[in-house]
Design a protein around this ligand. Sequence first.
Ligand code: CTP
Length: 437
Amino acid sequence: MSHASRADPEPAVIPTRSITPAQIDPDALKVARRLQRFGHLAYLVGGCVRDLLLRRTPKDFDVVTSARPAEIRKLFRNCRLIGRRFRLAHIHFRGKIIETATFRASTPVDENGDLLIREDNVYGSEREDAYRRDFTINALFYDPVERQLIDYVGGLVDLVERKVRFIGMPSIRVQEDPVRILRAIKFASRLDFRIERATWKAVRDYRAQIHKAAAPRLIEEIVRMLRGGAAEASFRLMWEAGVLEVLLPELSRYLSRSPERGEERDPGSGLWAYLRAIDRSDREMLTSAVLLSAVMVHPVWDAVASQDFQAYDIRPSSRTWGEVAKEILRPLISRIRLPRWEAERIQQLLASQRRLFDLQRNNPLPKALMRRAYFPEALDMFDLGVRATGKGRRTLARLQRSYRKPAAPKATGSEPAALTRRRGRRRRRRKSDSAPH
Ligand code: CTP
């Protein structure tokens, strides 16, 4: 369904000096200028415009244009077209890609009235492109040549009033793409915005449809929430909206069992503490298995401690951390299609935490565990646990000291970047070990 109609008012065109060229990625600027020089419309769009106006540093700069992919490719030697149905231009620069998309419209509703969008590949006008986007704050265009904002949907007012609001009819927009439920929660938490009333109602009313979305997109959004610096706020909001109940019922059960654990005053305090620890850590470096383990450790912990296996729908024969973890993770493989290898990795990480937390001062180090490929992740997870609980600081320091990292190669360029970054981080972390958490 196209959300733009001819009856829609003209866009507000707002000259602004609050975005300066210095804040914009010079390559994105180059792309927009060149497209315009050759007679096309070309703007910055989406998260980068929103973040610049909020004085936040954009993660990346996306360009949108009236030029068709083949026309874009003619203008940029460093351009590759990707995507089979909807072609996007990737313009390559040193160490980065500027994604450049042609204006598109949303696809019409299918014959049997199903709103779910399965394809998203119709070119459209500038107006249609604004209206097909999810939230008003994500649909602002910025023309870096004229230095003006183009606002079809009232996004600027919502930015000022700090509101996450669907463009168009919220009930339709959620059904078209239920991942928008998670996106509303993610943006509200990360930007510290309120979710506008009708948008919030749609989020709550249609939360059960979340599983109509493609499973990999759900995991991706969950991981983005965990990495985005507002993991605690996002999960609290998912709980409040009843989304956890649908998406991760294990966690929802853990939270509702708070009274049994004597946590009336601060229900779910263990989970919130871990999420806070993630928010305060160098989270870009944490693997998705570590992030998901930090979330799933609580139901496992609770099931093992209480031995109330019925509460978590698991077999009473499960006894060890590893077995309980396996049982609790099993439904995630079918529900959110958590890849099997990742479920196994999470299970290993969870089982390792028990070993690490039980390690006493004079115990020998768990040498076999330290040789496992997943040990660096187990250590990251333990680090989060130490920050969250305040326990195990000495053990952590001892493990970090004695953990022998692979020898650094002499020549540069042969070591994977991730490994180098990991090392850098370990050094930094060690310094902050004694800092109060
Ligand atoms: N978008 C959308 N609906 C989606 C995904 C994306 O309308 N389901 C549009 C929005 O305009 C969004 C832009 O595409 O701003 C870029 O999407 P994405 O990179 O997912 O989000 P950002 O807004 O850039 O936020 P983040 O900082 O998380 O990257």
